[in-house]
Ligand binder design. Structure first.
Ligand code: TRP
Length: 334
């Protein structure tokens, strides 16, 4: 019997300029899957509107995010790259799964608690049910593996719970997905406050490295990175800043902690920060050049979006038909 490839699905929001954290924690690892898995990478514009967006900017960022995926090495011939709102089944399955997701479960989501504090004037129902939309994204494609940053782990656990609940109540329908959280590089911390995650919405620009920052800007940000009052390049208590720089350096060079400690033995923080900055800037220069070229080619990006949406829709339709049957919706034939 012909066995389909297993499925990988992940999504990135078009809501802000992507950071080094998004790159090392997620996108950079995506291309590694495409030989072995059928991969869907989705620009989740429907998730983005849980907070107010400027329409022109949302549209522009949707193109940019797609261009960035491709610039980061995701070949549209080998991966299905698409925009969430182009496949209406996401919203449709979300509604159905809302009816299999408990109020209490959604109330416990830490990201909801954080975001509703940050957007206290707009705690809309979409913000609350956002995790169910993510559940729908994943289950729609019978996904086995979901590459995510550590901050999305709770949403993945919810996905598994909802899938199991649906399968128990309605009969086997969904594959139960596993998270894939790269161990070392999953969590890149702020350069200014290394106890905090690097966040694209940080108000302090020196805290975040953006994938599309210029070489000079990247190096300047690393030079200003907060370390500690000591002088040793090593991990340890109170050394979150240095540890974070080691994580970043290791992610780009493949070097182990011991190798990094040896390499900088006897050198100061200044040398280390400069080395990390240059390594990072050089690695990202190629991504930036590709991005600049692609983002000007709207016709090409639209072609990728169209093909991606067609491919994703075909696969989504198979799951939807199964779901409709299981819950007792009538279906029109022909
Ligand atoms: N919620 C994710 C984030 O904010 C983005 C996302 C939406 C996603 N749907 C997904 C990630 C499905 C993985 C799988 O980063």
């Amino acid at each position: 019997m012909y066995k389909d490839k297993k499925v990988v699905f992940s999504g990135v929001q078009p809501s802000g300029v992507l950071t080094l954290g998004n790159y090392l924690g997620a996108i950079k690892n995506f291309s590694a899957f495409s030989d072995e898995y059928k991969c869907y990478y989705c620009v989740v514009d429907e998730h983005a509107i849980t907070v107010r967006q400027n329409p022109a900017e949302l549209r522009r960022r949707t193109y940019e995010t797609l261009a960035l995926y491709i610039a980061c090495g995701l070949d549209p011939e080998k991966n299905t790259l698409f925009v969430q709102s182009h496949v209406p089944a996401h919203a449709e399955l979300c509604w159905i799964l809302d009816c299999y997701t408990m109020f209490g479960e959604l109330s416990r989501m830490t990201q909801f608690k954080d975001k509703s504090q940050k957007n206290a004037d707009n705690v809309n129902a979409g913000l609350f049910t956002y995790p169910t939309l993510m559940v729908a994204d994943i289950l729609l494609y019978q996904t086995e593996l979901v590459p995510i940053g550590a901050d999305q782990k709770q949403h993945l656990e919810l996905t598994r719970d909802v899938a199991n609940r649906f399968n128990t109540v309605c009969g086997d329908t969904f594959v139960i997905p596993e998270p894939y959280i790269p161990t070392n590089t999953a969590k890149i911390m702020s350069l200014a406050e290394p106890a905090k995650k690097m966040s694209k919405s940080d108000e302090n620009e020196n805290a975040v490295v953006r994938i599309l920052d210029s070489k000079d800007v990247i190096i300047k940000k690393f030079k200003r990175a907060v370390t500690d009052s000591g002088c040793e390049i090593a991990r340890g208590e109170g050394k979150e800043g240095v540890s974070n720089l080691m994580t970043i350096y290791s992610a780009f060079t493949g070097k182990s902690d011991d190798e990094i400690v040896d390499e900088f033995n006897g050198k100061g923080y200044g040398d280390f920060k400069l080395a990390v900055g240059e390594t990072c800037a050089d690695a990202l220069a190629h991504v930036r050049e590709e991005f600049d070229r692609l983002v000007k080619d709207k016709a090409y990006l639209e072609d990728v979006m169209k093909k991606g949406a067609e491919d994703a829709s075909r696969s989504a339709a198979r799951t939807m038909s199964k779901v409709r049957r299981k819950i007792g919706f009538t279906e029109l034939k022909g």
